[in-house]
Design a protein around this ligand. Structure first.
Ligand SMILES: C[S@@+](CC[C@H](N)C(=O)[O-])C[C@H]1O[C@@H](n2cnc3c(N)ncnc32)[C@H](O)[C@@H]1O
Length: 266
């Protein structure tokens, strides 16, 4: 059983607006045509419920949302204030690596957001098998694809990006995380089951209107790169000084590329 890696409610709140602006509206529209009222949505790795707040107004009502996460505190936060179109919110505390089709019984749609890239191949296999087992379409939003573009360009960008991507694919507690390979792996598994798959890009486009998010993302990105390659420590200090000054003066723009995936039985 893997160790719980904490994600803070503050971080999820900080990124919620950028996530909402980035998720693929066209895939959400397609997903909404695949379900019929009353709708039961299972949100895996729901955190504080940002996906529910974004997607619920785009789906037919009435809706029941079943939120799954291994962090009970985040689930309590999510269940406290559901959006108006949601009739009921149920919560399930648990590890996704043990997810089975029975856990998704009655699902009209299974969703994730900002989750797949922190999972292992075994966890993604379990999730896809559960979706296929229950026959519910899957909308998996905001998986990083490994591409990041910073403006102005710095020679460190490619170096820190490569180290960050290796960190995302690291082995942790006997699990090999998929990082930027997660969408390709999930798409391959759905296709192997005979399902149709569509993907769409869903980039974060950040600039001077989101200085706190840019700053927080930058610190996390560089510190993961250094954890992966400690030899980068000195360069990272210098790189961060330059980048922090650019954030303060509103001169740094960042595009963090993601992909969304929709899969449904053909
Ligand atoms: C980056 S957060 C995204 C939260 C939310 N979906 C959103 O878009 O704001 C990832 C969430 O997945 C949960 N999580 C990560 N790995 C998990 C696992 N193996 N089992 C259960 N929950 C997991 C974390 O606790 C966290 O709430």
């Amino acid at each position: 059983m893997s160790v719980v890696i904490p994600v803070s409610a503050d971080w999820l709140t900080l990124r919620e607006e950028a996530d909402a602006a980035s998720r693929s509206r066209s895939l959400a529209r397609r997903a909404s045509h695949l379900v019929h009222a009353p709708v039961t949505v299972h949100d895996l790795g729901s955190g504080t419920g940002a996906m529910m707040r974004w997607l619920a107004p785009r789906l037919p009502s009435p809706q029941t949302w079943v939120l799954h996460d291994w962090n009970a505190a985040l689930l309590a936060h999510a269940a406290a204030a559901p959006p108006g179109s949601v009739a009921a919110v149920l919560t399930r505390v648990g590890h996704l690596e043990t997810l089975r089709a029975e856990d998704l019984a009655g699902a009209s749609l299974v969703v994730t957001s900002a989750l797949l890239d922190v999972l292992s191949a075994e966890e993604v296999e379990a999730i896809v098998a559960a979706c296929v087992g229950v026959g519910a379409p899957a909308l998996f939003a905001l998986t990083v694809d490994g591409d990041v573009a910073l403006d102005p360009v710095d020679p460190g960008d490619r170096v820190f990006a490569a180290a960050f991507n290796d960190h995302q694919r690291r082995s942790a507690e006997d699990r090999r995380l998929l990082g930027p390979d997660a969408v390709a792996v999930a798409a391959g598994l759905f296709r192997a089951a005979g399902w149709s798959v569509r993907t769409d890009s869903s980039p974060w486009r950040l600039g001077d209107r989101e200085p706190a998010l840019v700053a927080e993302w930058l610190e996390g990105w560089v510190s993961a790169a250094v954890e992966e390659r400690p030899a980068l420590t000195e360069w990272a200090g210098e790189y961060l000084r330059t980048r922090r000054a650019q954030v303060l003066t509103g001169r740094l723009r960042v595009v963090v590329h993601h992909r969304d995936l929709l899969a449904w039985p053909s």
